[in-house]
Design a protein around this ligand. Structure first.
Ligand code: ZN
Ligand code: ZN
Length: 414
């Protein structure tokens, strides 16, 4: 990176990530992954973490050019391998109580020109190797957080017409705004935001809808909710007892759909950036929870291999409600990054569900989660289905209906 970003806002973003995002505890270790360009933020995160009493902070940096060097030069056998030892080490660290932070922001198109079959094989090998560590995250054993930093490749994608330095500064501006660090006391601002999201979750949990019925252009979809589902939003408490904000930024309230009770058609309202490809105008048809048809106008090969990852990849693991108006969507930008784009629109996710999105979720076995309608998969991929014309009805078990969203906004005040 050739441009230096606002050092005060960078330090505040690091402090929000450590103290709100992770709520890192004295003596807790931290495993941190980041693109190499995020080094200025990584250094501030390390400083903030040690001020908060961290044991050992271990950063693991990645580089797009190194990743491309593999696809362009490695022998064929390479693409079925992963750095198993590293993922085992991460699983061991999490098992011993380390917190996990990921800095998002790598170039979404870094691998766009590489062979999609090789990319899919390498991703599959990584997913298998990472699974034991990922389970500690998806089962919420430990406090974890994702925060963002603008890399040149990402900024180029968001602002293709601007010179690179200018694009990076503009993307940083949007990240600082969306991450709510432009106030004197970002920690207090986050407490207020968390309280608002908690009030929405509480209302939905009291309603106990049987299903949500989404309608909008190209969409007429009934998403059955899992038995004993529980809505979450904003801060939540990990099994280690630490209350954290896994996503910075976050605008969503979300829960677990029923893996066998999703029916109808749905059209994406934003492109999905996945495995280095841009998947545009996704349309899917669901029958009894299973995506039986999937189309897109670009990236369809990647889309098909994504939903063929395993049996659970064709079923839903998450449904999330996000108003059309929020600090993120008000930027008017398409970020080509799930952390931001999913928090600008209602979305669903193919694949793995979050066991915490069940009443008493921490005590349920994998078999109980499945029996209540929770989905299992190696993948969890969010895509956006909400927009300014989205209406949602909550459908109760007796068939009566309650307006939940009208024209992309909450229909009730709570
Ligand atoms: Zn979500
Ligand atoms: Zn998700």
């Amino acid at each position: 990176m050739t441009v230096t970003l606002d050092p005060v806002l960078t330090a505040r973003l690091a402090d929000v990530a450590v103290n709100v995002g992770l709520n890192l505890q004295p003596g807790q270790d931290l495993v941190l992954t980041a693109p190499v360009e995020a080094l200025p933020l990584v250094r501030e995160i390390a400083a903030s973490a040690y001020r908060a009493g961290a044991g050992v902070v271990t950063p693991i940096l990645s580089d797009d050019a190194v990743a491309r060097a593999r696809f362009q030069n490695a022998q064929d056998e390479s693409f079925d391998k992963a750095a198993d030892w590293m993922y085992r080490g991460m699983a061991e660290a999490f098992g011993n109580g380390a917190a996990r932070m990921a800095v998002a922001g790598a170039d979404p198109m870094a691998l766009a020109k590489e062979d999609p079959a090789k990319v899919a094989r390498a991703n599959k090998a990584n997913s298998i190797a990472y699974k034991p560590a990922l389970e500690k995250i998806s089962n919420f054993h430990i406090n974890w957080n994702i925060v963002a930093w603008p890399t040149a490749g990402w900024a180029r994608q968001v602002f293709p017409d601007l010179p690179e330095d200018e694009a990076i500064v503009k993307l940083a501006d949007a990240i600082f705004t969306a991450s709510r660090v432009r106030v004197d006391d970002p920690v207090a601002a986050w407490a207020e935001h968390n309280a608002a999201l908690a009030a929405r979750s509480k209302w939905l949990n009291a309603e106990r809808f049987d299903a949500l019925h989404f309608t909008g252009p190209g969409t007429d979809l009934v998403v059955g909710l899992a038995d004993g589902h529980e809505w979450h939003g904003g801060a939540s408490t990990a099994q280690n007892g630490v209350t954290c904000n896994p996503n910075i930024p976050t605008e969503e309230v979300f829960t677990t759909p029923h893996a066998h009770r999703v029916n109808g058609t749905v059209r994406a309202t934003k492109p999905l950036s996945y495995n280095g490809a841009l998947i545009e105008e996704i349309e899917m048809r669901f029958v009894d929870g299973r995506a039986v048809e999937a189309r897109s106008t670009s990236g369809e090969t990647v889309l098909q291999s994504m939903i063929d990852s395993d049996e659970g990849a064709r079923r839903l693991g998450e449904v999330a409600l996000v108003p059309h108006r929020s600090p993120i969507s008000d930027t008017g930008l398409l970020f080509y990054n799930t952390l931001f784009d999913e928090n600008a629109a209602c979305h669903i996710a193919m694949g793995q569900c979050y066991s915490k999105c069940f009443l008493d979720g921490a005590s349920l076995t994998a078999e109980q989660v499945a029996a209540q309608g929770g989905n299992a998969s190696m993948i969890h991929v969010d895509w956006m289905i909400g927009g300014p014309e989205t209406d949602i009805d909550g459908v109760r078990a007796d068939g009566s209906r309650v307006p939940v969203f009208r024209k992309g906004a909450w229909a009730q005040s709570v």
